[in-house]
Design a protein around this ligand. Structure first.
Ligand code: ZN
Ligand code: ZN
Length: 133
C-alpha cells in the first residue's frame, strides 16, 4: 500500500477508515458517530476532523449530494477523474474513474473564465438490482 508511506493515521482516523471500509457503503457523519461511540467518539467534530484528513489523502470520498462518505476502494493518482453512480432506492454507491468527463468540464470553464475550486460528478438513479425487483 504505497499511499500509506508518507503519513500515519491517528487512532481516530484509522477507526473511521476501517469502519467505512468494513461497511463498504456510504455513511453519514452521524451514522459513523453512532457506530464509534464506544471507541471514544462523542461528538460530530471528532468524526469530521478524521474524515477531512482521510479525504485529503484520497482514502475517503465525500458524496456531496448526500452529505455522506465512502471509503475509496481503489488507488487513483488523480482525484480529478472520479465520479459516482448512486442508487436512490438502495443507496448503493459505485465509484468510477474517467478523466475525459473532467477535461470536458475544464475546457468549458476555461472558455467561460470560471475558476474551479471543486468539481464533483454524481449521478443519481436506480441500480440494476432495484430495476429488476
Ligand atoms: Zn476513489
Ligand atoms: Zn439500488
Amino acid at each position: 500500500m504505497s499511499r500509506f508511506n508518507d503519513f500515519t493515521l491517528t487512532k481516530n482516523q484509522q477507526l473511521v477508515f476501517d469502519l467505512l471500509k468494513e461497511q463498504g457503503v456510504k455513511m453519514s457523519a452521524y451514522e459513523i458517530l453512532d457506530k464509534l461511540r464506544g471507541s471514544g467518539f462523542s461528538a460530530p467534530p471528532t468524526v469530521y476532523r478524521a474524515l477531512d484528513f482521510l479525504i485529503s489523502k484520497g482514502l475517503v470520498h465525500k458524496i456531496e449530494s448526500l452529505n455522506a462518505f465512502i471509503a475509496c476502494d481503489h488507488i487513483h493518482e488523480d482525484e480529478d477523474s472520479v465520479f459516482f453512480e448512486i442508487c436512490n432506492d438502495c443507496g448503493e454507491t459505485r465509484e468510477y474513474s474517467d478523466k475525459k468527463i473532467y477535461s470536458q468540464i475544464y475546457r468549458h470553464t476555461e472558455r467561460k473564465n470560471f475558476k474551479i475550486t471543486k468539481t464533483t460528478v454524481e449521478i443519481l438513479g436506480q441500480c440494476q438490482n432495484c430495476m429488476d425487483s
